[in-house]
Design a protein around this ligand. Structure first.
Ligand SMILES: C[S@@+](CC[C@H](N)C(=O)[O-])C[C@H]1O[C@@H](n2cnc3c(N)ncnc32)[C@H](O)[C@@H]1O
Length: 266
């Protein structure tokens, strides 16, 4: 066996013990990373064996084929969330009233709003206002850095605030609110794998006892601000029942789970 194959084998073994499925792809990625940065393998294998997600070690995660900078203050973007960008785009095309403002609540790495903005500003007629909020300064700093690296321009207004508390809109705003807020009921959160619980921020995942405490508060803010438009929420499928009184449109994720709801405000 040549040296490179031996190293790949060693990495794959470490990945297997940490419960990785796609070991050959990740092993190749790790090998490329250490070769490119001229780093020793051992410290990385140690972190992998301690269940640290590879995305945090390399400080990068992919979302809609774009690389986003990450650190342990930002959630690792999930593949399910990619669909939210398509749902938003569909709604923007179909809506008889043009949307003036798009707000990404709980932006984290900025993956949702940056991907959407990137796809929309390619159209020269785009004149929407883009906003992103988070409660975490560290997450907002990463999101701003991602905007700079990915969009090469500053079009998104980042605000540190509780949900949409400090966001001010004009009287004629027709607003699309996108939110992937912490939505895992606390008991379910406590039973998650250590690779999630020990490394990803709890403030990005734990949605309180019923899993919808942030959405309840956001809906109250929407009502208070008399916002017109729509909201697209990513939810924990088991909490769907709690949203039923709002007559939402339910959209499934790629695994057939009730993952998104769309609510209209008139
Ligand atoms: C599930 S993560 C989503 C991150 C990113 N939007 C994504 O889809 O990968 C939830 C985000 O909401 C933020 N957050 C938690 N509580 C918040 C609050 N009260 N107001 C604003 N953001 C909040 C967290 O800091 C975290 O970045």
């Amino acid at each position: 066996m040549n040296n490179e194959l031996q190293i790949l084998f060693q990495i794959q073994e470490a990945l297997k013990t940490s419960g990785y499925f796609d070991t050959s792809r990740v092993a190749k990625d790790i090998l490329e990373y250490i070769q490119e940065k001229d780093l020793p393998l051992e410290p990385i294998l140690e972190r992998i064996t301690l269940n640290e997600p590879w995305e945090y070690i390399k400080e990068k995660g992919e979302f809609r084929n774009i690389n986003f900078k990450l650190n342990n203050h930002t959630l690792i973007p999930r593949i399910e969330t990619e669909l939210m960008v398509d749902i938003a785009k569909q709604e923007l095309i179909k809506s008889p009233t043009p949307y003036t403002d798009i707000i990404d609540v709980g932006t984290g790495s900025g993956c949702i709003i940056i991907s959407l903005t990137r796809e929309l500003i390619e159209k020269s007629d785009d004149n929407k206002r883009y906003h992103a909020t988070d409660i975490s300064d560290e997450a907002l700093n990463i999101a701003k850095e991602n905007e700079k690296n990915i969009l090469n321009q500053s079009v998104i207004k980042f605000t540190k605030t509780d949900l949409i508390g400090d966001i001010s809109l004009t009287k004629d705003s027709f607003c699309m609110i996108l939110a992937n807020l912490p939505y895992i009921p606390t008991q379910q959160y406590l039973e998650l794998d250590t690779s999630v619980k020990d490394f990803e921020p709890r403030t990005a995942l734990d949605g309180g006892e019923n899993g919808i405490q942030y959405y309840e508060k956001l809906l109250a803010q929407i009502q208070e601000k008399k916002i017109k438009g729509c909201a697209i929420f990513e939810i924990e499928p088991s909490t769907l029942e709690l949203f039923k009184p709002l007559y939402p449109k339910v959209i499934k994720d790629q695994y057939g789970k009730d993952r998104f709801i769309l609510i209209r405000f008139r």
